[in-house]
Every structure is written in C-alpha cells, then in structure tokens.
Design a protein around this ligand. Structure first.
Ligand code: GLV
Length: 318
C-alpha cells in the first residue's frame, strides 16, 4: 500500500483560538502537515491528530481515526481526563526550554520576594521608614523543588546558581545531576525534600498519585513559617489543610498561580487573604514558534510511522 504523503490534524480548544494564538498556519501547499479548525473539516475520518488546549468533553467524538492528541502546553492532565479521547490515542506535550526559563524566573521572583522581605519594605516605604532588615546567606536557606521535569530542573538550576541549597523531589534519580542540588527519589521523596525547607515550589504533574499532595503532612515537613509557591495544578492543593497551615503559622503565606477552578471565582476566599499572592495562571507559557515546530515534528514522525519523541507515558500520566 502506498504511504500517505500528508497528514491532517484539527485544532481543539474550548477556551482559545489556537491557530491565531500560536500562528499555526500549516495549510500551505507542499507542507506534509495540514491543520484545520473543526468547522473547516469536511471528512472527519481523514483527521489523524489533534492540537489541543482544554478541549470540550465531546471534542474528539467526531474523529474516528485520531492517532495523536498533542497539548500546546506542558500539562496533559486535561487531555487524559477528556472522556471522548480514546485509550489508544497517543498523547504528546510540548517540551519548551523557554517556557522552563519563564517558570524559573517566576519562582526566583517569589523566592526573593519572600526571603528578602519585599512586602515589608513596601510597607516601610509607605511609612517613610528607613528600616533595614536582617538577611541570611542563600546557602543557609533550603528550598524544596517538587518535580524534576523540564520545569523543575530549570527552577532548581536557577536557584542553585543564586546560591540556595536546593532539594529536589523526583521519581527517579536524574542521569545528569547538577552540582549543588540534592535529589530525593522513591518512597518518601517529597518528605525528604521538604524536611527543613523554608520554601516549597510545586511543579509536579497532576496525576491520581499527586492530587492533594500539598497537604498537612507535607506542610508539616517544612520549617515553621514557610512559604509555598504553587505553580503546578490547582488540584495539587488540599485547600482545607492549606488554610489550616496558614492559620496555625506553619505557612507564613503562599504564591498561588493555579486553582481548582480557573478563573478563580470572584467569591473565593483566597482573593481577600493578605497572606496570599495570586496570579492568573501566568507563571509561564509555551513559545509559539516552539509549539509550531514541535507540532510539525510530531506529526511528521506519525506520518513516518514512528512514535513521536514528545509522546508521554499514559500509564505514568506525564
Ligand atoms: C501550563 O499550565 C502548561 O501546562 O503549559
């Protein structure tokens, strides 16, 4: 049988215009990869892959020959939870080093904001008070980074370069450990990384295993009066345990960028809590040119009958 020379895909998102946002124009003649909006698809059976961000529950139902669903972001949790995505469809994700750098910058900003007392400085400015506060050498501050994927590794590297004592919780020991970072893997990895840490930064993928992982047990491993930087997924946070830890002083406060419900509902108590710093899921974003290139490369691999390099392990959940 003659091999197909082109491969066709569809853009599926319930929240955004992917084609415009990422500049995904693959319709030019000569391109082996063709990408359409759903209303442009006349023969759904010809569609072999999808490019996705938060697709509607029924989004995949129309396409009987879907071989690959690719997230334009790092997280695949929403894709894996989609009820119309068939078990056998490969799931891929973008792996963007620039996105990881953005994430590292956000984390470093929040680390410094807390450790260098910038909130108090702002109050002092308001009171015209010249009031220097004590500081400690970074090496004496332990920071736990939960997760060692593209994001976690970039954050750990950046903080270690700033001199902090970084403890990473990871599933398996890295092949190329970075100097100055301690890695904790296997059972008890999270506890070990968090033990005595002044800050915990969460970038774990969301899976059945990691839901509600930011809970009383984990907070109690941290130094009293610690800070949480939550840039994973909203479902990682056990909200009742979190409120308890803020109220009993185990946590001094937290930076929250992700929430169970997004946008964060107007009546959610987090909005008014002065101990929290809230941002609207902007810790990082993938780079349009990287997204476009990785979609093209993955679709070409599929066309050539190869398993795309960016395919995740569905069993592991990331
Ligand atoms: C952002 O949340 C992403 O998954 O890339």
């Amino acid at each position: 049988m003659e091999q197909a020379k082109t491969i066709e895909g569809v853009l599926l998102s319930g929240t955004m215009d992917l084609k415009t946002f990422y500049g995904l124009d693959f319709t030019g003649s000569g391109s082996p990869v063709r990408l359409f909006n759903p209303h442009e698809v006349s023969d759904p059976a010809s569609i072999r892959f999808a490019v996705c961000w938060l697709p509607d529950d029924e989004a995949f139902a129309r396409y009987p020959n879907m071989e690959m669903a690719m997230s334009v972001g790092a997280g695949v949790d929403a894709l894996l939870a989609n009820p119309s995505l068939a078990e056998e469809t490969l799931v891929c994700r973008v792996r963007d080093p620039h996105q990881a750098d953005l994430m590292a910058g956000y984390a470093a900003h929040e680390v410094l904001h807390f450790l260098r007392s910038f909130a108090q400085m702002k109050d002092h400015q308001g009171a015209r008070a010249w009031n220097p506060l004590p500081m400690t050498p970074p090496k004496e501050t332990r920071i736990a980074v939960l997760g060692n994927g593209t994001m976690g590794a970039a954050i750990a590297r950046a903080l270690a370069a700033m001199g902090y004592s970084v403890a990473v919780a990871c599933r398996t020991q890295p092949e190329e450990p970075q100097a100055g970072i301690s890695y904790h893997s296997g059972t008890g990895a999270l506890d070990m990384a968090c033990k005595g840490s002044r800050i915990a930064i969460n970038v774990l993928p969301l899976t059945d295993e990691t839901e509600n992982i930011l809970n009383r047990r984990l907070f109690n491993q941290l130094e009293a009066g610690a800070w949480l930087v939550q840039i994973g997924r909203g479902e990682h946070l056990h909200e009742a345990d979190f409120t308890e830890a803020l109220d009993n002083g185990q946590l001094a406060g937290a930076t929250l960028d992700v929430f169970r419900e997004e946008p964060l509902p107007e009546n959610h108590p987090f909005w008014d809590d002065a101990r929290l710093r809230i941002t609207p899921h902007i810790a990082s974003d993938s780079t349009p040119s990287v997204v476009a290139e990785q979609i093209r490369a993955s679709a070409v691999e599929l066309l050539q009958g190869k398993r795309p390099l960016l395919a995740i392990d569905r069993h592991q959940g990331y």
